[in-house]
Design a protein around this ligand. Structure first.
Ligand SMILES: Cc1cc2nc3c(=O)[nH]c(=O)nc-3n(C[C@H](O)[C@H](O)[C@H](O)COP(=O)(O)OP(=O)(O)OC[C@H]3O[C@@H](n4cnc5c(N)ncnc54)[C@H](O)[C@@H]3O)c2cc1C
Ligand SMILES: NC(=O)c1ccc[n+]([C@@H]2O[C@H](COP(=O)([O-])OP(=O)(O)OC[C@H]3O[C@@H](n4cnc5c(N)ncnc54)[C@H](O)[C@@H]3O)[C@@H](O)[C@H]2O)c1
Length: 410
């Protein structure tokens, strides 16, 4: 019988995995914990890779989730540079790339996500760069020099944050986006326009509604971008940020239910009762929204593992019902967003403050209820915005728009 002397195994040694190990120890679990990751760097956080670290303002040592000695001090076996290649749910084992096998008592998958590749000719040349890992950030940093011509494909979070870092380094930046505005699916037209204006004001050449047909170059090194309309742009490097795919291959091969990520219940338990999932890879049932949600943001990878850890230790009240939250920094604009809105899932946007000043709060409403809010260069308002969302009460839009009225009173 695979007894409780078998360890809890966590696959994916990044923010989610490291926080799960911490939460297990925090909950008093004294059994074995094996944290397995394919990267060679000990668990680190990714947000600085497109901001402070890329800008050269934040040191590499600051990226890590825990100091090096933390793992031994907490009796967590950290296996880095070790891809897991298979899970056998019946035998409760994971197989490592070196053919080693580890039995588990419970398994947590925090395998995260991987960047989507640009499916055009020439995309495999040197100088075509993606951003997920610390070494990717190092490669991009190396090409962000004064006067360098940087083409960025995708005006999502990666594209815009890299564009801001590239401008700060003095590079010439062109952003190529297939939709009509940046961040359109997340923010909708009204608020997305603020980001188009922001980047134009900082000298970025933004091209919307364009299709990249080919990456040109010579001798295996990228030299430019050819668009579907025949336009050609010269580029010393091309940074691609066109979204991610959840890393579900292991789970799928193991027969777990996978649909836009690994499907879990509100306890973050997968279709196999001994296997849990958290972070970018988890498509978790969210009781507040009464639907499954897969959230590709830092706070989710920070907080979900606490619920997963408690749930897999058998605590039935461990339910993940936090409202999604994320942040971004671009130039001198800082923002926080709390809530969740599907594309087209709102009927009104209310601004508190003038978006042209880039100091405002935007609210997305449906039927008079606040679904989400984003504070831009306005601080300490996330709690009351979250409260508006959770309470589901109908608000007075005029009062919501009036900065003189406290958010607790709209
Ligand atoms: C450049 C960048 C900037 C970001 N900035 C922000 C931000 O400002 N705000 C915000 O809210 N979010 C931000 N995010 C998103 C945030 O970083 C992610 O949501 C978060 O990293 C998800 O954590 P995770 O642990 O679930 O997965 P990941 O961070 O993807 O980690 C998964 C780990 O599992 C490993 N792994 C996968 N498969 C296997 C396997 N078979 N065997 C062993 N190991 C495996 C991977 O190598 C990886 O190390 C940013 C992301 C990036 C890339
Ligand atoms: N501040 C933050 O929260 C932050 C910062 C960086 C990264 N991230 C996370 O990292 C992940 C990757 O970010 P991302 O920016 O790559 O994804 P994204 O989903 O945020 O944006 C992708 C963008 O690329 C566009 N696009 C897709 N295919 C295209 C194509 N062929 N040509 C041109 N444009 C195309 C999309 O319309 C979209 O605007 C996401 O999970 C994101 O949440 C978050």
């Amino acid at each position: 019988m695979a007894g409780s002397e078998r360890p809890i195994v966590i696959v994916g040694a990044s923010l989610g995995g490291a926080k799960a190990a911490e939460a297990l120890r925090g909950a008093g679990y004294r059994g074995g914990i094996v944290l397995i990751g394919e990267e060679h760097e000990r668990p680190y956080e990714r947000p600085p890779l497109s901001k402070g670290y890329l800008l050269g303002k934040e040191a590499r040592e600051k990226l890590h989730v825990h100091p090096p000695q933390w793992y031994a001090e907490h009796d967590v076996t950290l296996r880095l540079g070790t891809p897991v290649v298979a899970i056998d749910p019946a035998a409760r084992t994971v197989t490592l790339a070196d053919d080693g096998e580890i039995g588990y008592h419970k398994l947590l998958l925090t395998t995260g996500s991987v960047p989507r590749r640009l499916p055009v000719p020439g995309a495999d040349q040197d100088g075509v760069l993606y951003l997920r890992r610390v070494e990717d950030s190092d490669r991009i940093k190396a090409v962000l020099r004064p006067g360098a011509r940087i083409a960025v494909v995708g005006a999502g979070w990666i594209g815009l944050e890299v564009a801001a870092a590239a401008r700060a380094a003095g590079a010439e930046v062109t952003v190529l986006e297939s939709l009509e505005l940046p961040l359109l699916r997340v923010l909708g037209r009204e608020v997305a326009q603020v980001f188009a204006d922001l980047h134009r004001d900082h000298g970025v050449d933004l091209r919307f509604g364009v299709q990249v047909a080919e990456l040109t170059g010579a001798d295996g090194t990228v030299g430019g971008v050819k668009l579907a309309d025949g336009t050609e742009l010269a580029a010393d490097a091309v940074v691609v940020g066109i979204g991610i795919s959840p890393a579900t291959a292991l789970a799928e091969a193991a027969g777990l239910e996978v649909d836009n990520g690994i499907k879990t219940d509100q306890h973050l338990r997968t279709s196999d009762p001994d296997v849990y999932a958290a972070g970018d890879v988890a498509n978790a049932y969210h009781p507040l929204f009464d639907r499954h949600l897969r959230v590709e943001h830092w706070a989710n990878a920070l907080n979900q593992p606490q619920t997963a850890a408690r749930a897999l230790l058998g605590q039935p009240d461990a339910v993940y019902d936090r409202v999604p939250y994320f942040f971004s920094d671009q130039y001198d604009l800082g923002l926080e967003y709390v809530g969740y809105v599907e594309p087209g899932g709102y009927d009104r946007v209310v601004f508190r403050g003038d978006p042209a000043t880039r100091e405002f709060i935007a609210f997305w409403l449906s039927g008079g209820r606040v679904l989400a809010g984003m504070n831009v260069n306005v601080w300490d308002v996330v709690d009351p915005i979250r409260e508006l969302i959770v309470s589901r009460r109908v608000v007075d839009a005029d009062r919501l728009a009036d900065p003189a009225v406290p958010l607790t009173d709209v």
